[in-house]
Design a protein around this ligand. Structure first.
Ligand code: PEP
Ligand code: MN
Length: 341
């Protein structure tokens, strides 16, 4: 439920409105949309409460059909939000590219990839140190050693680093090394993890669950923002469908839908959607053309030897060529490609 206050609403009336709402066991989130004050009402109100709020002095109107995710709803802000990660901003005018290997595997591997993607225009380095693998027998990641290598790559290249957090108890350790915490597809509805990343200030990259609807994704983001951390970037990474030609089905319409329903920045991961290197350039182009604020691309210097997701990882040259295409689309859309520094 959302209440819009009239422009003539006095401070006293506003205080009384908020007291009334809270008195019914509901929480409020007050936002300004231009000259208008919008009060998002959080919780499940008893029948009739909406009508009572609508009749209070200073209330212009009450929308009963407002989204279930008031903190992340587009209506909560005049302008779309932006998320600062180290020195770079995701969201707003620019298109930001995050690139790197699926998993951190060695110093040589990570530094080779980091140097190359930095040169080609990536603004953040991705790399998993704790990998949520479907099979318990697959490579599970280097753990803290992998995080140390990410910090080393950052020191050398200036790229901020993004890595996946798989458990709430790992957050303090991750925060010693990373600039952005990725919540992976398999954990999009791990509600304790969502609340935990919401209770700390590091920016969060929230990937869409492989079987999740757009509304479920926005409710997952609501857990994080509602817990106190507004620095959330949404990532469409392909959903499971009947199609088997690709690893996932990139839901390209999720980009404009998310941007219509939420103020949060939206990026596209073409790699996990495609599952196959040859498709990544086209899906990257499609993501940017659909209005994404950035891309998350897997890149490996020797993809045939990669310990995870080699088939979908671009080679260093493949990434350079993809960046050329992306730059053309970004320019055609009259948006700048976000640069480091
Ligand atoms: C990844 O980014 O390497 C990853 C595991 O992604 P997802 O959670 O989207 O499968
Ligand atoms: Mn991967």
């Amino acid at each position: 439920m959302i209440a819009t206050l009239s422009t003539s609403c006095t401070l006293g009336e506003k205080a009384a409105i908020l007291r009334f709402i809270e008195g019914h066991g509901l929480r409020v989130h007050v936002g300004e949309a231009g000259a208008v004050t919008v009060v998002s009402i959080i919780g499940d109100p008893e029948p009739g409460v909406g009508k009572s709020i609508a009749s209070l002095p200073g209330v212009e109107s009450v929308r009963l059909d407002a989204p279930r995710y008031p903190f992340v709803a587009r209506e909560a802000r005049t302008e779309p939000s932006t998320v600062k990660v180290r020195d770079v901003v995701i969201g707003g005018a620019g298109v930001a590219v995050i690139a790197g290997p699926c998993s951190v595997e060695s110093e040589d591997q990570l530094l080779t990839i980091a140097r190359s993607v930095a040169k080609e225009g990536a603004i953040l380095l991705r790399g998993g140190a704790f990998k949520p693998r479907t099979s318990p027998y697959s490579f599970q990641g280097m753990g803290e050693e992998g995080l140390e290598l990410l910090a080393k790559a950052r020191a050398e290249t200036g790229l901020g680093v993004v890595s996946e957090v798989v458990a709430p108890e790992d957050i303090p350790l991750m925060n010693k090394y990373v600039d952005m915490l990725q919540v992976g597809s398999r954990n999009m509805q791990n509600f304790r993890l969502l609340s935990a990343v919401g209770e700390q200030p590091t920016p969060v990259l929230l990937k869409r669950g492989l079987m999740s609807t757009i509304e479920e994704m926005l409710l997952a983001a609501e857990y994080i923002v509602g817990s106190g951390n507004p620095r959330v970037v949404l990532c469409e990474r392909g959903i499971r469908s009947f199609e088997t030609a690709t690893r996932g089905t990139l839901d390209i319409s999720a980009v404009p839908v998310l941007k219509e329903r939420s103020h949060l920045p939206v990026i596209v991961d073409p790699s996990h959607a495609a599952g196959k290197r040859s498709l990544v350039p086209s899906l990257s182009a499609a993501g940017v053309a659909a209005g994404a604020d950035g891309l998350l691309i897997e890149v490996h210097d020797r993809p045939d030897e990669a310990l995870s997701d080699g088939p979908q990882s671009l080679t260093l040259d493949g990434f350079a060529a993809t960046m050329e295409t992306v730059e053309k689309i970004v320019a055609a859309l009259d948006r700048p490609l976000t640069k480091l520094g």
